[in-house]
Design a protein around this ligand. Structure first.
Ligand code: ADP
Length: 516
């Protein structure tokens, strides 16, 4: 994979040639607000505390920002609650136009956002540009959905009454986002919430909060009223979110992150009977059948595995390849992976950026070491890369044996692990042998087999002969312990709406003296 192969939809005709280099980096960092956003104002934390945000490619401090306390979290909820009624009653067209303006502003400032994401998260700049495109589409899509919140009207089966089904904003929402897609994870939650008429408190990941702060500033410029969007970066997520989740004014929790944290949050949300949307971990199988188009399968495999340096919940985690084509598939992916350039995401031609931190490198290394001890063969890579920065070499493993931890744990790194199979039944059983069910990929030229897989694979999403499925217009989400709810598509706005049913007597029978 080269960096020109962005795995997101093509970038539209906006300037993509803006400068990189120290001056451009400092200029974008200077534009990032350093405070918490509460009720339309950038403010310090209640105790004045701050924390540093670091470039994972160099270890350098990028910015020092306010570190929210539990009191700040509740102040943010106060603001969201106070703004709740005004925003819910703002005409849908007006809410739509604010989101559309945000989309337009993001297009104008796309290079700034892309560079900032590369700085704080490490992804190659070409992929960061792709994320601006993808993340922006949630603003455009939900600006279009805001004016299509419909309902229903019917005569009841008995003919004695009229039923109305209407939809209302669920109320103030807490949105907790992860670090791997700093912009898209924010837009994917904020845009449908605002379109539906909900106010929000956003708790971005402490490793990558700068993009959310810059995005919040853009939302203010786009006309989002004070209190509608509040942002509280913090190093003490549990302490800050706990009281907000326990507060009866909160009505919705949307979370993207690990399954263990998701379980904890679901338990907390149960006390307050909150509506929840949970996008949790994955362990995506990637199936290559004997009838696959191998050119296509290799391209799809590399996109599904190495996008974001493997740090995506949709990343292919286990490659299950038919034994007849396994050797050729392994040779071809090894040649491509061995040629991938590793480096800081701002450098030309880099395909593999740093992992987010030391822990991520240690995890990738532990999983590879375990697999090798159990019999796997390292075809390329298989080791950390010397610093500065937290890099792991892009790796291909073959002959991965059952029982290896790499088949069960989410790798979240650039390691492509291959096992073989003989029959479709065996492949499907192996693919489903996990507590997760976010996404699966399959390459086959047999349409009937493709249709069978749609029914037999236990997954919320399936990439059939493709390595990237994410799209703002489609429902993203998982089954089993990969979560509940969907983001994007028509389903995405429904997560922020309550359904209300009203019954009235048959108006003809009710009118005094009226006879039918
Ligand atoms: P990852 O392993 O990808 O960092 P996490 O699930 O740890 O995923 O984190 C995802 C998001 O959840 C981050 O914003 C993080 O700060 C937040 N988070 C982690 N623990 C808690 C918690 N106990 N309560 C609320 N948010 C949390």
């Amino acid at each position: 994979m080269t960096t020109t192969q962005s795995t997101w939809p093509a970038v539209p005709d906006h300037d993509t040639t803006a400068a990189t280099g120290p001056a451009a980096e400092q200029a974008v960092l200077d534009r990032v607000p350093r405070g918490l956003l509460i009720d339309g104002h950038w403010v310090d934390a209640a105790d004045g505390a701050t924390f540093d945000v670091v470039d994972p490619a160099t270890g350098d401090v990028l910015a020092r920002i306010a570190d929210a306390t539990p009191a700040d979290g509740l102040r943010a909820l106060d603001a969201a609650d106070a703004a709740r009624h005004g925003w819910a009653t703002t005409p849908p067209r007006q809410r739509a136009e604010v989101l559309r303006r945000a989309f337009d502003l993001l297009q104008e400032r796309r290079e700034e956002f892309a560079l900032l994401m590369t700085l704080e998260m490490g992804k190659p700049l070409a992929e960061a540009r792709g994320e601006v495109t993808y993340g922006g589409e949630f603003l455009r899509w939900f600006s279009e959905e805001a004016v299509r919140i419909g309902g229903d009207h019917s005569t009841n089966p008995e003919g004695t009454g009229r039923a109305f089904v209407t939809h209302k904003p669920v109320g103030p929402a807490l949105l907790i986002t992860p670090w791997n897609f700093p912009l898209a994870m924010a837009t994917r939650k904020v845009a449908p919430a605002l379109a539906a008429g909900c106010t929000v408190v956003v708790k971005p990941a402490e490793l990558t909060p700068l993009t959310t702060l810059l995005f919040a500033d853009l939302l203010l410029e786009a006309g989002v009223p004070a209190g509608v969007v509040n942002v509280v970066p913090t190093t003490t997520a549990g302490d800050v979110c706990g009281p907000v989740i326990a507060d009866p004014r909160l009505r919705k929790l949307s979370f993207t992150g690990s399954t263990p944290v998701g379980r904890t949050l679901l338990a907390q949300a149960a006390q307050n009977v909150l509506r929840t949307s949970m996008e949790l971990g994955g362990n995506a199988p990637f199936l290559v059948f004997e009838d696959a188009d191998l050119d296509l399968a290799v391209d799809a495999a590399l996109a599904a595995k190495f996008r974001n340096t493997g740090q995506a919940c949709t990343a292919a985690n286990r490659f299950l390849v038919h034994e007849d084509v396994a050797a050729e598939f392994a040779d071809r992916v090894t040649a491509r992976v061995g040629a991938m350039r590793v480096g800081r995401g701002t450098e030309d031609g880099v395909a593999i950026g740093p992992l987010i931190d030391d822990r991520a490198v240690a995890k990738a290394d532990r999983l590879v070491t375990d697999a090798v001890e159990r019999g796997a063969v390292v075809r390329t890579g298989g080791h950390p890369v010397a610093g500065p920065g937290t890099f792991y070499a892009p790796t291909v493993l073959t002959d991965v044996q059952p029982g290896s931890a790499i088949l069960d744990d989410e790798i979240f790194g650039p390691v492509l692990a291959i096992r073989t199979f003989r029959t479709e039944d065996e492949a499907v059983a192996a693919a489903n042998d996990t507590e997760y069910g976010l996404i699966a990929y399959a390459c086959t030229e047999d349409p009937a087999r493709g249709q069978r897989l749609m029914e037999t694979l236990e997954t919320g999403m399936l990439g059939l002969n493709t390595g990237v499925v994410s799209n703002a217009a489609a429902p993203f989400g998982g089954v089993k312990q990969s979560g509940t709810g969907r983001e994007g598509g028509a389903e995405g706005i429904a997560e922020y709406l309550e359904t209300m049913y009203t019954l009235t007597p048959d108006p003809f029978r009710r009118t005094k003296g009226a006879q039918r």
